[in-house]
Write a protein that binds this ligand. Sequence first.
Ligand code: PLP
Length: 437
Amino acid sequence: MAVVPDHTEQSAALFARAAAVTPGGVNSPVRAFRAVGGVPRFMTQGDGSHITDVDGNRYLDLVCSWGPMLLGHAHPEVIAAVQAAVARGTSFGTPSEAEVLLGEEIVARTPVDKVRLVSSGTEATMSALRLARGFTGRAKIVKFAGCYHGHVDALLAQAGSGVLTLGIPGTPGVTEATTADTIVLPYNDQAAVTAAFAEYGDQIAAVITEASPGNMGVVPPVDNFNGFLAETCRSHGALFISDEVMTGFRITRSGWYGVDGVRPDLMTFGKVMGGGFPAAAFGGRADVMAHLAPEGSVYQAGTLSGNPIATTAGLTTLRLATDEVYAKLDETSLTVQRLVSTALDKEGVPHVINAAGNLFSVFFVESSEDQAPIRDFTGANAQVLPRFTAFFHAMLNAGVYLPPSAFEAWFVSSAIDGDALGELESALVPAARAAAA
Ligand code: PLP
């Protein structure tokens, strides 16, 4: 049962203390609730589909730690495996068996021939770019507006004003030189990709894209966009990098690859494969991966890469993520989408639900004429943000934890049951009313 959060004193007190020692009081910006306002909730516990904060408020969790908690929180088998691993020691700085097993599991589930384990999605995409540049001997990278690949300097770039201007730094601290080789294009825009390759084709090392973007809200590829990217890269000697940090092992056993079957040259993974611990990976074609140290000359390393606890948590999670689990996730996701849409329709709130497998997000739009699926970052930016803010807070107050930003995917776990869906349905009544106001 969710408990209606009627007090936030302990969270507010911790947030004030945190702000004294940490910029903005958080260790990752979106946690600070800046987009929606209010006091970020400090969680103390998770069990199954729910999380509980320091004030004792309990929430149905539709964030799932931004994706990793596919099976819900504190799954008994994951906890037992982690406890056993911890008791044997936490890090050796040597190879260990769990990383071999996790590597084998990833290779078995995805089209990659070889994989290298790292500790965050950011490291995975950064390393994949370096490898692509080292392999091709080229400098330029194509990315898409609205796609997020972690806080890799070269990928924190914004599109310039013309379609073919090179990237400009997206944040202070990233130099113009760092983004000068980054080309930022509109997502799902094949003509823009063709134009970029016509101009720079022999200088482009790689195109990197989210396999199905979730970081501008969920905006799936249309008209075989990934297939088009793979083919364009192939015909110009560039590599196609599919970032499956969010979608990998979540949408299907492999990820978005299980939906569109487009084989990338390199892939990146994270989130689910760490089972709630810091573990991520990049992998791909054997001939490309052979360029990586110590086999090849492209340097890449990590003190805690393949950490025995993280790899045990990830491996146990993946082994438990069976076809039945994915079927349940799909079904739960569809039910959540239907409940949200029904509640919003009842209050006459115009909205679009974009889905990519079991990932989805709800866009509040201006009018019922705008209810076509969102295709790119420009479309995602046309949301009516105050409606999301009102909806978010009403859901929070009714005991449902949503991503605290309108530009995020919603995540379901296989721990969500009929009772939890009943809680959601009740919470949606005041939330839809708040969004309509
Ligand atoms: N790539 C994608 C698609 C992501 O969604 C994220 C994080 O949300 C990252 C990369 C970066 O991963 P991390 O936060 O583990 O560095």
